[in-house]
Design a protein around this ligand. Sequence first.
Ligand code: F6P
Length: 360
Amino acid sequence: MLRVGMLTSGGDCQALNATMRGVAKSLYKSDKEVEITGFLNGYRGLMYEEYRVMKPSDFSGILTTGGTMLGTSRQPFKLMRDPDENGMDKVEAMKSTYKKLKLDCLVVLGGNGSQKTANLLSEEGLNVIGLPKTIDNDLYGTDMTFGFQSAVDIATNAIDCIHTTAASHSRVFIVEVMGHKVGWLTLYAGLAGGADIILIPEIPFDIKKIADAIKLREAEGKRFTILAVAEGAISKEDAALSKKELKKKRLKNADRYPSISYEIGDILSQETGVEVRVTVPGHTQRGGAPNPYDRALATRLGAHGAELILNKQYGRLVVLKGTEVTDISLSESAGKLKYVDPESSLVNEARLVGISFGDK
Ligand code: F6P
């Protein structure tokens, strides 16, 4: 009997179910007798022995469903070595559940933090396979994470909807896009939605340059300007502050500015005299059904994960390199983020079509 544990960890995204289905279908199709245990609510389920033994039918009809049938939770990596509120050692508890259930392998569907924990468990001697999840696309070592393309669709749709209303008014519109500390989602949605200005954390902005870009559009007879702003966008001035100073500044302004877009909007209306409106699609970007790209990617990643399990190749993270699904060691990815390279052709091409990054 091959016993496989599975969990989904961190923020949810589209195609979590599709990825689990890819793993499960491939395992059930093998010549092995397979039992899959689904841990509930991410690593919590592994810590507190909250799980259910899955049936093959659980993995049917879920290719197109959003969210995760197992539930998820955030269990920050930096707190993994701290005992829980009752003094329980979390890492030891997870190892104990794994051993008690006589698992051969644990499959972790997660982003950066979750894969760091997966690597920790692997170093602690468990057999672990990681599958690359997140709408942020910031997992180091993979060209693409599942969930990202579906989130691009939603963020792009938000920009598309703003376009029609923007064209009716002489206003500046800001659409704030998720992505945590990186700009992938904003950059792709901004390109796809035809944003005029794209602000991402990797390219700190100068508010005066943004105002100049808006004025230039006005001078060209354009009635409106659309900015796609990453939730992690940062001014050159703030980028020069220490972490502590930045935190202090943001805390002081928290009532006035719930997020960076409101601060940018406020300063821009003072600088340019134009009306500014802010739209934050927020968690809608993680919601709904996975798009066809993600369904296919999830199925491929899941199938490769199953192949690794059947070949007893553990401690691996399944990744996409170019058009090929392959794998790297969990330790190669752990603790690193994949940022947008400001010198990449992607950024250059955006600049070539006239998109301003607010930096020059
Ligand atoms: O990592 C996915 C993500 O949606 C980020 O883009 C965002 O910064 C964060 O999660 C939001 O987290 P939460 O759902 O915990 O508010």
